[in-house]
Design a protein around this ligand. Structure first.
Ligand SMILES: [Zn+2]
Length: 244
């Protein structure tokens, strides 16, 4: 039988070190990038404006969201929020981050299927992350309890299946998020190059910042896969005890 626990154990160890490397790399790249000023002299806000205009998007407001890592595009509010280190800044990090967020607005504007699919899955992922693991565990425990009394664990079994399906949707969200994020960064890089928002000799470093940020989504995907494996293991164990 396929041993989920061994996969989970090895996966957890690998993920731990990989995540440390990715986080460390991102921190180092963004920190250094924030000390390098773009030779174009353009601010992050101007970059967003130009990028949106070049894609004929005129309905989006640029706002300051105090704090760190608060940069985001909100399709509902039609706003692009820029953090303290991005808003009005001219550093390579600020420009790369701002262009990436504008990239999401362009994806939305062009009705990119993967972007829309990700948006549809947001509520499922929010619920799935919080409650699905508990549903699987409660269902498995209920099944075991009912079977210990020589009854059928059918209901518990069904509950844990519902939990698995809920978490599978969460996993799907992360699976779709990775290419969506890569695509937003690709758009950012392309426009940065075309419109000269950073110097030619600065392009490759700006791209490194975008890639470093993109790697965190690969870690998030792997982490969600591991959780799915762990939940399957919990459910598998209860089904084994049933067969005994
Ligand atoms: Zn993004």
């Amino acid at each position: 039988m396929f041993d989920y626990y061994i996969v989970f154990l090895i996966g957890t160890i690998v993920l731990f070190f990989w995540s440390l490397i990715v986080q460390g790399n991102l921190k180092a790249k963004t920190k250094k990038g924030s000390t390098i000023q773009s030779t174009s002299g353009k601010t992050a806000n101007e970059v967003v404006e130009e990028m949106l205009k070049s894609h004929e998007i005129y309905n989006i407001e640029i706002c300051h969201k105090p704090g760190e890592l608060t940069d985001c595009y909100s399709p509902k509010e039609e706003k692009i929020y820029l953090s303290d280190t991005t808003y009005g800044q001219t550093s390579l990090t600020a420009i790369a981050v701002a262009a990436h967020e504008a990239g999401h607005a362009v994806q939305d504007h062009e009705n990119m299927i993967l972007y829309e699919a990700r948006q549809l899955l947001v509520p499922f992922a929010n619920i799935g992350t919080r409650v699905a693991p508990y549903i699987v565990i409660i269902g498995a425990m209920l099944a075991a309890y009912m079977e210990s009394g020589r009854g059928s664990g059918g209901i518990g079994w069904t509950i844990s299946t519902i939990g698995i399906v809920m978490y599978a949707l969460t996993f799907l969200f992360y699976l779709i998020m990775l290419p969506v994020e890569r695509n937003a960064s690709h758009r950012a890089y392309k426009d940065m190059k075309q419109y000269g928002w950073v110097g030619k000799d600065q392009l490759s470093y700006a791209n490194k910042i975008l890639r470093a940020a993109g790697d965190t989504y690969a870690v998030a995907l792997a982490s969600s896969l591991l959780t799915l494996i762990r939940l399957l293991a919990i459910r598998g164990r209860s089904s084994n005890s049933r067969r005994r």
